[in-house]
Design a protein around this ligand. Sequence first.
Ligand code: SF4
Ligand code: SF4
Length: 431
Amino acid sequence: MDNLKELQDKIGYKYTFDCVQCGYCLPACPTYDSMGKETHSPRGRINLVKMAAEGKIDLEEIREPIDKCLGCRACQTVCPTGVEYGKILEGAKESLADQQQLSMPQKAAKSFIFNHLFPHRSRMDSFGNLMWFYQASGVQKVVRGLKATKLAPLHLGEFESIMPRVVSPNKRKNRQAVVKAEGKTKTKVAFFTGCIMDSMFYETNQNSIELLRKSGAEVIIPDSQTCCGALHAHAGNVSDAKELAKKNIEAFEKENIDYVINNAGGCGSMLNEYGHLFDGDQEWGERARRFVAKSKDISEILYELNGLTFTREVNDVVTYQPSCHLTNVQKVVDEPLELLKNIPGIEYREMQDHNRCCGSAGIYNIVNYDDSMEILDSKMEKYKPTKATTIVTTNPGCLLQMKMGIKRENLEDRVRAVHLVDLLIEAIENK
Ligand code: SF4
Ligand code: SF4
């Protein structure tokens, strides 16, 4: 980039001055722990960004350390001077994306996923239906029998083996746009369905709506909502993330509601960052801040409403792997645990370093597979002493990563990974 001033504005240069180089963040950083290099620590990455912004090193030199950052924001939580690492990271990713030379097939794949798939609910539904057909028709069995998944690039065969069971198109068709509260209406909320959540984890979304209903919330599911834009922003594609944010703000501000509820830590943190996305934009900044003020994770509202009546014991030893974004960005820490501990029959055992990232981090586990698996293996070492038979998570990426950990440890016949809302519903319904 020729214009240094332009780079400094984009890369978040001004935020780098808040770092006093104390190093308190180093022990919290999973990549510093696993890679053991200063350049792969928060402090090192901030220094590299500063040097690139000052023209002391080429921007390209920061690509690998930035690509290897999980974006878990654990460094931000422990930083005594409040360095806004997320803004520095996002600026670095956007600057790197601007100057990245992609081949034609890479450009086409990126455009297909980011522009022609995730933002379109009907296409994500079709994707879910395709996955259902793949599983229900027997094709999956044949593919697995022939060990064809081993031929898939980017270890996608590994991820295929932990894919959740997808619901049928018929079930998907029957969702109501408005679900009335059970008993007295205590609040009116709109539910953010997410793109991957709704196509691959539709049942978890339906269970979320059911828990809200049983807690006394009327639930509206706005039809014009779209993908939150997290994957776009994390890939440095901030302009597309902004377009998606605008669509969501418009979709939800039409509704007369108290809260916008989501059940995925990664999406929720993106929704909570819409205000920052429109910094300096008078019109959208204000609308985004109003949206953010209403945005809540499902655990917060369920805890607040305190309306769940458990009818069944879930006799299980449980541990909890929190979503980094729920913890470090949304600062939702106690509510999921309190809900979990209230389930009758649960024996809760805390995992050592449970707040440390599991290595999922959006698509980090796909694009940085080996690094991600090293972080996951160390997470599983911390899990083992708990001997828990259920690992609870609050984000789809973490859920799949924990399933992967269970598989890597050959524990599939004894241990399961579930979303918190799916465990809560087990204690309510007679399944
Ligand atoms: S990011 Fe914060 S904790 Fe880390 S070195 Fe800088 S000031 Fe210290
Ligand atoms: S976001 Fe996570 S991986 Fe990245 S520097 Fe901070 S602690 Fe390390």
